[in-house]
Design a protein around this ligand. Structure first.
Ligand code: ATP
Length: 311
């Protein structure tokens, strides 16, 4: 019999995401909303390096604004590591180094990617061999978007967004992302939506009707056709996000005037995701938006979910 020595360090990577379609249903008793989301994982990554330690700690680096990311026990990566240790009975700790490239509080699931990469990295570092199904459950306990950061690709999320089923997607879509130098809090955007629905009682989503992803979104993804997908980009959180940050309306208009097939607020914003027809279109759009002093990055999707790069 051969035994494998535990690694002393593990490097895991997980992607950020764009919500291609997001429909918000009723407010549930647990405070979450019933949602229907089409997620696409994109080529902006969080790198987590885990090394064995007696206690739990985290340090940060990266190309994004780190000032709003906690380094204490409230960091979602620490929560993920502690949850895995509790669940498996592992008695040690871990030191995590997170190299961040997904905009913080940008509606692109950066924290969720950190949690997913941390679960995977610690499971390998500690040799706890958690079954995949169980890891997805832990991911769901950490946050509604964490299971998708584990699976990646293109998927439909229902329930709180954490009940995933894979969606067929062909080819690569070219995205241009306009980043903001401020964040939008996800709970604040949902509260704004609820306030709006309360004011306009006719807009209240009946609790008996679960929201669904439109079939033409699925068709466009299957066809790998950016023109078709552009026609179906949709986000119920866009109106409340624009209400809280009206200047995002100008960003959307600017992108659409400069060749984007369509633009949509990603998740709860404030990142605006523009879909381009092809790489040339994406490069032109990137130049135009940069010339308007916006911070812009390009990304392609779909990409892999969380995985181990070295152990
Ligand atoms: P969400 O939709 O979950 O709010 P987001 O993509 O808009 O996600 P994140 O960058 O994931 O935003 O961060 C959301 C909040 O979580 C921030 O206010 C931040 O203080 C807190 N947070 C905790 N841990 C992390 C982490 N590892 N990376 C980023 N933010 C974190």
């Amino acid at each position: 019999m051969t035994t494998t020595a535990s690694p002393t360090a593990v490097h895991a990577r997980a992607p950020g995401k764009i919500n291609v379609f997001l429909k918000v249903g009723a407010l549930l008793d647990d405070g979450y909303h019933d949602v229907a989301i089409a997620y696409q994982a994109v080529s902006l990554y969080e790198d987590v390096r885990a090394t064995a330690a007696d206690d739990f700690s985290v340090e940060l680096s990266g190309t994004v604004d780190l000032s709003r990311v906690p380094t204490d026990a409230s960091n979602i990566a620490i929560k993920a590591a502690r949850l895995l240790a509790r669940t498996t009975g592992y008695r040690g700790g871990v030191h995590l180094h997170i190299d961040k490239h997904v905009p913080v509080t940008g509606g692109m699931g950066g924290g969720s990617a950190d949690a997913a990469a941390t679960l995977l990295a610690c499971d390998t570092l500690w040799g706890t061999q958690l079954p995949r199904e169980r890891m997805l459950e832990l991911a769901g306990q950490l946050g509604a978007d964490v299971p998708f950061a584990l699976t990646g690709g293109t998927a439909i999320g229902t329930g709180r967004g954490d009940q995933l089923s894979p969606a067929l997607a062909k080819g690569q879509f070219q995205w241009v992302l306009a980043l903001a130098d401020y964040g939008l809090s996800t709970p604040a955007v949902y509260q704004e939506l609820d306030r709006h629905r309360d004011r306009h009682a006719q807009d209240i989503f009946p609790a008996s009707v679960a929201p669904t992803v439109d079939t033409n979104v699925l068709q466009a993804l299957r066809a790998g056709d950016p023109h078709m997908l552009a026609d179906t980009l949709y986000n119920d959180l866009q109106a409340p996000a624009l209400h809280l940050q009206p200047r995002l309306t100008d960003v959307l208009e600017l992108g659409e005037r400069n060749g984007a097939l369509a633009g949509v607020i990603s998740g709860s914003g404030p990142t605006v995701a523009f879909l381009a027809a092809d790489l040339d279109g994406a490069l032109e759009l990137q130049i135009a938006l940069s010339a308007a002093q916006l911070t812009v990055v390009r990304a392609t999707g779909p990409v892999h979910g969380a995985r181990i790069l070295s152990a």
